[in-house]
Design a protein around this ligand. Structure first.
Ligand code: R5P
Length: 304
């Protein structure tokens, strides 16, 4: 393996440490202090010259701080002449703002892509982008790794008797189809409507397909407020499913999400560790599987 260094921002140190361990290394030393007024002041304390350098940072809450941390670490590293500099972004915040939903709004995902490029990262490794088309917002190579196999192997272990994969909205059909293919089970789609004038609010409508007596496996990329999943689970229960299992790559779990999900008729919720979950939000239905080996493999394939 070539000489490389892995640094971490503050967003997901447990995942960064797990990746480092799998790569038989430790995290590079960086001092991420702040000035009195709150400005971030990264100080890279390793010799990065001629080395392959990776910086792991999830753009999760508080996303603006993590974006800035990543950008400033990138700038600090590139000034010391690394051989290459790669951003490892397990969760790309702002990815859901991938189009102009109405006139007067930005295409924020594209702005974030440009920000990363301006910081002189030469490649990006990320997990389950909200929309594959976001890769096109970058001019640098992007490896968009799928956590589907990790999630699928966890759900397989549940040995659900009559599984059916459910996409909670039309936008997630491709993801659901891939899971249904891997599990070799049928798939149904739900119709979801969002309200532009009410942030983070959705309602589930009809289920396109038969789910009565089945064990529903909802798959989504992000759980933010939990509204999509809670509404979908309620509609599936009304349609007389036997059980509801939920798989999601990114557990944003904002606002009242934990309460909504705990109160909903979900039996099991399986998420990954692209965003760290604090102990306070661990609840009985929740299981967390790690993407550390996926990221370690992706890094290995770059440095081999
Ligand atoms: C939407 O297109 C996404 O795939 C998720 O369904 C959505 O972001 C989930 O948000 P919330 O948990 O707030 O309903």
């Amino acid at each position: 393996m070539k000489d490389f260094l892995l640094f971490s921002g503050t967003s997901n140190i447990p995942l960064a440490q797990a990746v480092a361990k799998l790569l038989h290394t430790t995290l590079g030393k960086v001092d991420l202090s702040r000035f009195a007024d709150g400005e971030i002041r990264p100080w890279i304390q390793e010799d990065v010259r001629d080395k392959m350098v990776f910086v792991l940072e999830s753009l999760s809450y508080p996303m603006d701080e993590h974006v800035m941390e990543l950008a400033l670490m990138g700038d600090a590293i590139r000034r010391s002449a690394p051989k290459n500099m790669i951003a490892v972004i397990p969760y790309m915040g702002y990815a859901r703002q991938d189009k102009q939903h109405r006139a007067g709004e930005p295409v924020s995902a594209r702005v974030i892509a440009k920000f990363i490029e301006v910081s002189k990262f030469k490649e990006v490794i990320t997990v389950d982008l909200h929309n594959d088309a976001i890769v096109g917002f970058f001019q640098i190579p992007v490896s968009n790794i799928s956590a589907l196999d990790v999630l699928a192997s966890t759900v397989k272990k549940l040995s659900l008797p009559h599984p059916v994969v459910v996409s909670p909205d039309v936008g997630g059909v491709k993801r659901a189809r891939n899971l249904a293919y891997v599990l070799d089970v049928p798939m149904v789609v739900m119709e979801k409507k969002r309200f532009l004038d009410r942030h983070d609010t959705s309602e589930s409508f009809q289920i396109i397909g038969d789910v009565k007596g089945m064990d529903a496996i909802i798959i989504d990329d992000v759980i933010s407020t939990g509204g999509t999943i809670a509404n979908s689970a309620a509609s599936l229960k009304e349609a007389r499913t036997t059980s509801v299992t939920v798989l999601a790559s990114h557990a944003v779990l904002a606002g009242e999400a934990v309460r909504k999900l705990s109160d909903s008729p979900i039996n099991i919720l399986i998420v990954t560790d692209t965003i760290p979950l604090s102990k306070e939000i661990v609840f009985p239905k929740l299981r967390v599987v790690s993407v550390a080996s996926l990221l370690a493999d992706a890094i290995s394939s770059v440095i081999k």
